[in-house]
Design a protein around this ligand. Structure first.
Ligand SMILES: Cc1ncc(COP(=O)(O)O)c(C=O)c1O
Length: 469
């Protein structure tokens, strides 16, 4: 018998790869181009020359952030800002959380990447943890890189499972920027007229401030939810693959339907044999308070939950967790992502889940969130621009209107308010079909005193802008 060729033998050396590598690690090895100090102007020049024009920033004079701590961001000049938007509802553990940063460094020193063609510890540990915190009956996860990808995967899987072609989506929803998820995003300018993948249908969401039926809660009989049956019957030929909804719409303007909405639509979806997908990209990981997932407040058991944003608290990662029956015939020929489930992102996500548990964010988001909403309602009493205050936990929206009777959207005013807030050290987000909703979705690390300071700034900015009207 021939001996195995020597080249295939394992090479044994003394000391682990890590031990040898640690000796070499030093800041000096980081590219000088990253370590040198830049001004805002220099970066802006580079961006103007080389970045795709699609990349735009908030504010007339965009801020150049270089660091952060907790809920505070620091710019290149050393100015500090309270971040009530967490990037975009993303950095739930705040900036520079010691456990989060240590985990990323620890994993980077070991193994940043290999594909899911091979087993890795972080991917396995993460999916086990997800199964522990998922809504009832959901155990099978697939990890990708973003919310859009997660939704694409969940929808593909639903179509394959049901053998049905149609997906019903809520008006004003936002589900991503791939061709299909754009088409499923009905928040105005976010749709994609060039794309039009087939099979997407829309149904009303529970938007009481501007009820599409002109009714008032609770006398409305939640017609917005019941209308789904009409959509399925008249627009899908009863061939429903999936219904997908955010428990609270984020990009659409922090819209929270009446509590019965999801129970009613869930019943209808099940009546027609569809898959219920809860898009928890913004509401996931405790943001809505007390529960890990927004849909759990409605006592609805979804078939699939999709996630991203706070999942990695800044590190790119998305994914879904599904009922095992639905996940069963989803195969590698259906789905593979080069970076999906990479060790670095998965390790960061494991750290995020542990931080949420150890810091008791679920309770905190409920208690601090209730207090935040109350203070914002007090602010509403003093400011005619605030038409509506809504949301749950640490996900609150202020819909700004020029006139509380006509509800004309205060689209220009919001830009001025955001500029003033930024100048005074406060960052808030913007959303809504008419871009007139202030979005407050801070890191769950935010403190009560930071929120009090934020209210003082918001109050001053609103006063200044209202004076000019
Ligand atoms: C509810 C919801 N779903 C999906 C997405 C898409 O996520 P991503 O930007 O990671 O693709 C977003 C992004 O804002 C979102 O808010």
């Amino acid at each position: 018998m021939k001996a195995a060729p020597k080249v295939f033998r394992k090479v044994i050396v003394t000391g682990s790869v890590l031990e040898r590598r640690m000796i070499l690690m030093t800041d000096e090895l980081v590219p000088k181009s990253l370590r040198r100090k830049y001004t805002e102007k220099e970066i802006s020049e580079i961006e103007k020359r080389y970045m795709a024009p699609a990349v735009t920033h908030y504010y007339r004079d965009p801020v150049l952030f270089v660091g952060g701590e907790g809920a505070i961001l620091e710019d290149v000049k050393g100015n500090r800002y309270i971040d009530l938007f967490a990037g975009i509802c993303t950095t739930i553990t705040g900036y520079g959380h010691p456990k989060y940063v240590s985990t990323i460094k620890w994993q980077a020193e070991r193994l940043v990447y290999t594909s899911s063609l091979y087993a890795t510890i972080p991917y396995a540990v993460l999916v086990e943890k997800l199964a522990e915190i998922a809504p009832k009956g959901l155990t099978r996860s697939f990890i990708v890189n973003s919310g859009s990808e997660a939704n694409e995967a969940a929808l593909f899987m639903s179509k394959k499972f049901t053998r049905n072609p149609y997906v019903v989506v809520c008006q004003r929803a936002y589900h991503g920027r791939t061709m299909l998820t754009r088409e499923m995003s009905a928040a105005g300018w976010r749709t994609c007229p060039e794309a039009h993948p087939p099979g997407v249908r829309f149904t009303p969401y529970g938007y009481c401030y501007r009820c599409p039926f002109g009714k008032e809660y609770p006398d409305c009989d939640i017609e917005c939810a019941r209308y789904l049956r009409e959509v399925i019957r008249t627009q899908t030929n009863n061939a429903l693959a999936a219904f997908i909804a955010e428990p609270i719409q984020g990009v659409g303007g922090i819209i929270k339907p009446p509590s019965e909405y999801f129970r009613i639509v869930h019943e209808i979806v099940k009546e027609y044999g569809g898959i219920y997908i809860s898009d928890e990209v913004q509401t996931g990981f405790g943001r809505t308070g007390k529960k890990w997932w927004g849909i759990q407040h409605s006592k609805v058991d979804p078939d699939i939950v999709t996630m991203a944003k706070g999942f990695g608290s800044g590190i790119p990662i998305g994914g879904f967790i599904a009922h095992p029956d639905i996940a069963a015939d989803y195969t590698m020929t259906d789905a593979f992502a080069t970076f999906g489930g990479n060790p670095l992102s998965c390790a960061a996500a494991v750290a995020v889940i542990e931080i949420v548990e150890e810091s008791n964010y679920l309770e905190k988001a409920a208690i601090l969130g209730t207090m935040m909403k109350r203070k914002l309602e007090e602010l509403q009493e003093d400011h005619r621009l605030i038409g509506d205050v809504r949301g749950q936990g640490m996900m609150i929206g202020l819909e700004l209107v020029r006139d509380r009777n006509t509800k004309e959207p205060a689209t220009l005013e919001i830009v001025k308010i955001m500029e003033r807030c930024k100048d005074k050290g406060l960052l808030v987000g913007k959303g809504g079909l008419d871009s007139n909703v202030i979005r407050i979705q801070p890191p769950l690390e935010l403190t009560e005193s930071q929120f009090d300071e934020s209210c003082t700034i918001l109050d001053a900015a609103l006063t200044e802008v209202e004076r000019e009207l």
